[in-house]
Design a protein around this ligand. Structure first.
Ligand code: PLP
Length: 437
């Protein structure tokens, strides 16, 4: 379920009209629904109720402090990929002790900070990293909790840029070499082997690849449990969401109202196919969903600046660009584009929706049918709650957009729009006195 809907021709987030948000906070504007975030988190927990599990929200999907605080208060753990994300979790009121630390390139400083904070576990991605973690722990005279990430060589059947579980991807340790890596790790004096981890990719829309990976890796988890006493098995994130036609149909996610047996991912199918494979292990099962929780909980509101009619095409030039939402440019990500005010009785026109940035790749959609509209009208790019703001950049010296969290008829600014001064913070011209050091 998501909480974006039309009411009398106006697009609402929960009980708040999006045009009012745009008037109050300006555009481009990220709008998140508290209710949707909580609903998605709770729905996954409910589907897995029969399993000893912990949901570690993947912070990189949406790391706004307000979002992290909301999930921390629900009891979520966190999957982090940098020292910066650990800092955010702690500032948001989350516990370091509920954090797993993923990523192929942790620095010694990050490892040290995570050890000092007392994180739950490092998910190590190479043998060289194990040695680095051991060395940092030894220098501090402490034990470092570690799990190894196995690359199961399974095809996630998703976009190649977000596929992570094949041997040719940089992630994890090859399935054939993983037991030797545990053997070596067990000999490093300052490591405590605590678990096993995998994550085969993002935006999976079928249950098959998840099942194939768990079938392949569960016996390995059992062997490692017996050999080294590891207590958890993390099956990663990757649960896909619906990007097409979330509005106005009201359909939300793959896990909603789907017939069973078509192979498409539903939470019921996910639980039904995976729990029987996982439960007999008698281990704690960790999950690391990001997109599933935040993706359809957010939208990016943008204003049409100009309409340009060329010989080949009509362009709607909007005030958001690839600097605000890069998914379409980065991996052909699709976002449904809808009017914030549904025009009554007007026709539909084919157009490209493009941003202001000086790149040909700066478009959100090409040849989409949109209602006839006027310059100044508002559009919403749906399903922008995950991998949206977190990937935003200042390219073309454009300030980062604001973020708002909606709770019923209340809206809180949870990140102020950047100012022009923010754009140059930290820069200086050599030889000139640093005015505000
Ligand atoms: C990105 C990532 C996730 C989250 O992926 P989603 O598709 O957003 O669920 C989980 N685990 C790891 C290790 C990741 O890198």
């Amino acid at each position: 379920m998501h909480s974006f809907h039309y009411q009398d021709g106006r697009l609402f987030c929960e009980e708040t009209a999006m045009d009012e948000l745009a008037a109050r906070f300006g555009t481009p504007l990220y709008v998140y629904s508290r209710r949707t975030l909580l609903d998605h988190y709770r729905r996954l927990g409910a589907a897995l109720a029969g399993l000893d599990h912990k949901i570690c929200y993947a912070v990189k999907a949406n790391s706004n402090l307000a979002v992290l605080n909301l999930l921390a208060r629900e009891g979520a753990g966190f999957d982090i990929v940098s020292g910066g994300e650990l800092f955010r979790v702690q500032r948001a009121g989350g516990e370091a002790g509920a954090c797993t630390f993923a990523g192929v390139g942790k620095t010694a400083e990050e490892i040290g900070a995570a050890l000092d904070a007392g994180i739950y576990c490092f998910n190590a991605e190479s043998e060289a990293e194990l040695e680095a973690i051991d060395a940092v722990a030894r220098a501090r005279g402490v034990m470092a909790p570690v799990a190894l990430r196995v690359n199961p060589n399974v095809d996630a059947e998703t976009h190649k840029y977000i596929s992570t579980g094949k041997s040719e991807n940089k992630f994890g340790i090859d399935f054939d070499r993983i037991e030797a890596a545990y053997e070596r790790a067990s000999k490093l004096a300052n490591l405590e082997l605590r678990g096993l981890q995998m994550h085969i990719g993002s935006q999976l829309t079928k249950v098959g690849p998840f099942e194939e990976a768990v079938r392949k890796v569960a016996p390995l988890a059992a062997r490692l449990r017996d050999a080294y006493g590891i207590g958890f098995f993390s099956i990663g994130g990757g649960i896909g969401i619906i990007y097409q036609e979330a509005l106005p149909s009201g359909r939300d996610d793959w896990w909603e109202g789907r017939p069973e047996g078509d192979g498409l991912l539903t939470l019921e199918a996910y639980a039904k196919r995976l729990v029987p494979l996982l439960k007999p292990l008698g281990m704690k099962i960790l999950l690391e969903p990001g997109r599933m929780i935040a993706g359809n909980a957010g939208a990016l509101v943008t204003r049409v600046l100009y309409t340009k009619k060329g010989t080949a095409k009509t362009f709607r030039i909007v005030d958001a660009g690839m600097g605000d939402l890069i998914r379409p440019a980065l991996y052909q990500g699709h976002h449904e584009i809808v009017p914030v005010r549904e025009p009554a009785g007007r026709g539909r026109v084919k157009a490209d929706v493009v941003g202001p940035i000086c790149e040909t790749g700066d478009f959100f959609a090409q040849d989409v049918e949109l209602p006839e509209m006027e310059d100044g009208d508002l559009l919403a790019l749906m399903s922008a709650g995950a991998y949206g703001f977190v990937m935003a950049s200042n390219y073309n010296s454009r300030p980062l957009p604001a973020e708002v969290l909606v709770d019923g008829d209340r809206a809180d600014l949870v990140r102020a729009r950047q100012s022009l001064e923010d754009l140059i913070a930290g820069e200086r011209i050599p030889g000139e006195a640093d005015a505000k050091a």
